[in-house]
Write a protein of this length. Structure first.
Length: 383
């Protein structure tokens, strides 16, 4: 394979990985590998429309002062994901501020940001955020054009717009993936020698097993991100002196800790909460949530006596609802790893069954084609 061909192949892989990452982020409602900003609050560090490499919080760990984080705001711009810098820390959480803003988010009414709200951290090298220029502007422009087109079609049909921003993003991903797959099917020629390459150019053969492996990655990568990234440990620390200063709760009595469960993706999930701490009580801790669903979980922690502190710890697990909830819950009781492996095996098995009944796993022979770009072939085909 020539250096030019290798470069083109690497570029194709990079584009596919970027598309999968962006769509996976849209599906689960938080950034995966890549994200971008839509306002100028982080200028000049990150300009409007620029992207950055986003490291999931479960991998990055607790942030430090100076780190740029993506968190779920409660008040800023009506709530939602916000990318700002950590400029301080209090007993209640982190103090954040956009680099272009003269005041902190907390001065503007946003509560201190807790670890539970942080979903990702921007990759920094040498103290500088790794920025990908214009990626957000390109995606936003294409998405805006698609939304405008669907609105025109919906108006012509006399119905409401049938796709939201998430749906448009998935359509763009599907179109891009389809074109990439079509390019592979039309132009991929393999062989160990020049003669074998020429022979396969005439027969147009590709290895369906390689395509199957690519499809497995495309399906399982977002699925696992959707299960792993939102999962994690949540903590609530109670101070006995503060409890004693209130009249509502006596030491030893349970105090409520309200936690909101959200499914920001488009795939139904099963959420399991559990704690091995005897001072923590979680009633009805298993929830099934549909796309965009939210529920509030009331977690009770026994209040400590004056002079002491008590930290309640809760573990959260997410599973895609590909099996009945009772089955997933029973598997989780055996072990979270067992449930996770079973969900992956079910998804992979279903995809393999579909592929085996459609294309098989052998060599797929195609009509002979010249080595020209997909766009030229399509233009020739339909002109």
């Amino acid at each position: 394979m020539s250096l030019r061909s290798s470069g083109v192949r690497v570029l194709e892989i990079v584009v596919v990985v970027a598309l999968v990452s962006l769509v996976a982020g849209a599906v689960i409602g938080q950034p995966v590998l890549l994200s971008y900003v839509e306002t100028g609050s982080m200028e000049p560090t990150i300009d409007t429309g620029d992207g950055f490499v986003a490291i999931p919080s479960i991998v990055a760990g607790p942030p430090e002062e100076g780190d740029v984080v993506v968190f779920r705001a409660q008040e800023l711009q009506g709530g939602g994901l916000t990318t700002h810098r950590v400029v301080g820390e209090t007993d209640r959480g982190y103090v954040t501020r956009g680099d272009a803003n003269p005041f902190t988010d907390q001065d503007g009414g946003e509560p201190p940001v807790t670890q539970d709200q942080i979903v990702a951290e921007a990759l920094q090298i040498g103290g500088h955020v790794v920025v990908i220029p214009f990626i957000g502007l390109v995606i936003g422009g294409i998405q805006g054009a698609m939304i405008g087109l669907q609105n025109v079609i919906a108006a012509a049909l006399g119905v409401d717009a049938f796709l939201g921003p998430q749906g448009v993003g998935l359509v763009l991903f599907a179109v891009g993936l389809g074109l990439f797959g079509l390019s592979v099917l039309l132009g991929q020629v393999e062989g160990e020698t020049r003669e074998r390459r020429r022979s396969r150019t005439r027969s147009g053969g590709i290895d369906a097993r390689r395509v199957t492996a690519i499809l497995l990655i495309i399906v399982l990568l977002p699925a696992n991100v959707a299960m792993i990234v939102p999962s994690g440990t949540h903590e609530m620390t109670l101070d006995g002196d503060r409890v004693a200063a209130t009249e509502e709760v006596e030491p030893g009595e349970p105090t409520a800790w309200e936690y909101t469960i959200e499914n920001r993706g488009i795939v139904p999930i099963v959420v399991v909460f559990e704690s091995r701490d005897p001072t923590v009580t979680i009633p009805q801790y298993r929830r099934s949530l549909g796309p965009g669903g939210t529920r509030t979980l009331s977690i009770a922690v026994d209040a400590p006596p004056p002079g002491e502190q008590r930290t309640g710890t809760v573990q959260e697990y997410h599973y895609l609802l590909v099996l009945p909830p009772s089955v997933i819950e029973a598997l989780h009781d055996v072990g979270p790893g067992i449930a996770w492996i079973t969900v992956n095996a079910w998804l992979a098995g279903l995809l393999l069954i579909i592929l085996s009944q459609t294309a098989g796993f052998g060599k797929v022979r195609l009509a002979p084609l010249n080595r020209v770009s997909i766009w030229v072939r399509l233009r020739r085909r339909f002109s």
